[in-house]
Design a protein around this ligand. Structure first.
Ligand SMILES: C[S@@+](CC[C@H](N)C(=O)[O-])C[C@H]1O[C@@H](n2cnc3c(N)ncnc32)[C@H](O)[C@@H]1O
Length: 302
């Protein structure tokens, strides 16, 4: 049976969720921690206290990140991958058994010593995470509808020396250990259900989601932010209300915003302090609403 607007009423999940709301089982208030620092060391977090990591790191060999990698002492492609690898290792430590790690990453295409080549960041990251101990799950191809049909890499119409355009990024999905277990009829799990339409779109392998604006008056550089829709879907797919979602490369705070809006707690690490005003603006939080201790800014959200 379908209601107006396409909502499906045949799901027991939906019926139970409505019942819980009638019984005034409310989503929980949530706690959010923004930590200005390097996520290669997340000592503020205990082992197993996070249920989901959603993030997008600086992409190795993509020019806008050259300066950051250089500052961090990374001189080669391998150094850059190892730098990120230290963060994936920390993610493994702080995730609970059955917790998920979702990494949005793109490959890089770059001319080195007059030769063009691909740097397969997604494949290297899968290898790294598998070595750390994660289970590798099917990934998502994020295809950004392009308004640049001229993005062709080559000249003219003559074979064979042109290159395929990189118009997909990857959303890699890993799990620590076996699937999580819940007590029967766990109320927050049922309140967190998705609809049939959401399930069919979100669990298909290709996502067509438009990118987001990459400039802001508050930011000193290009933002490399993902659109809200990406962490929003992942948070709804791989966590339940009251869980804790971590983003070790917070950037402008998109993941934290998705966690706040979906009744999850969150933790975000960001090394670049100049992004702070922009993050507060995006989250709609005033500095005086936060408690600060050392490099940790904390606030609650209802
Ligand atoms: C691709 S951006 C993340 C964008 C974010 N997903 C958003 O929507 O705004 C990567 C971010 O990671 C930060 N970063 C790089 N290395 C870091 C580290 N070791 N610890 C914490 N943040 C780091 C960069 O300063 C940058 O803001």
């Amino acid at each position: 049976m379908r209601q107006r607007g396409g909502a499906d009423t045949t799901f027991p999940e939906r019926a139970l969720s409505r019942l819980l709301r009638r019984q005034r089982v409310e989503p929980p208030p949530t706690r959010h921690r923004l930590i200005l620092g390097d996520s290669r060391d997340m000592h503020e977090l205990c082992d197993g206290e996070v249920q989901l990591v959603v993030t997008s790191p600086p992409y190795p060999m993509v020019e806008i990140w050259d300066e950051l990698f250089e500052t961090m002492g990374c001189r080669t492609y391998r150094d850059m991958l190892n730098y990120l690898g230290e963060v994936w290792r920390e993610c493994y430590r702080v995730l609970c058994d059955g917790g998920y790690l979702c990494i949005n990453i793109g490959d890089a295409l770059r001319r080195i010593d007059s030769a063009f080549r691909l740097f397969p960041n997604h494949a290297e990251t899968i290898k790294q995470c598998e070595e750390i101990g994660f289970n590798v799950l099917p990934y998502i191809l994020w295809k950004k509808p392009t308004n640049r049909p001229d993005a062709f890499l080559g000249s003219g119409f003559l074979p064979p020396n042109a290159y395929v355009t990189l118009d997909c990024e990857y959303i890699l999905i890993f799990r620590k250990g076996r699937p999580r277990r819940f007590k029967p009829l766990d109320p927050y799990r049922y309140l967190s259900h998705y609809s049939r339409v959401e399930r069919d779109v979100w669990f298909s392998q290709i996502w067509e989601v438009r990118g987001t604006r990459q400039e802001s008056r508050e930011a000193p550089r290009r933002l490399a932010a993902y659109p809200y829709e990406i962490p929003y879907r992942l948070v709804r797919m791989y966590s339940v209300m009251g869980d804790t979602v971590l983003d070790p490369f917070l950037g402008t705070g998109t993941t934290m915003l998705a966690a706040m809006k979906t009744h999850r707690n969150s933790v975000g690490y960001e090394i670049d302090a100049s992004l702070l005003p922009l993050i507060w603006k995006r989250l709609g939080i005033k500095t005086k609403q936060t408690r600060t201790e050392g490099r940790v800014y904390e606030f609650t959200y209802q």
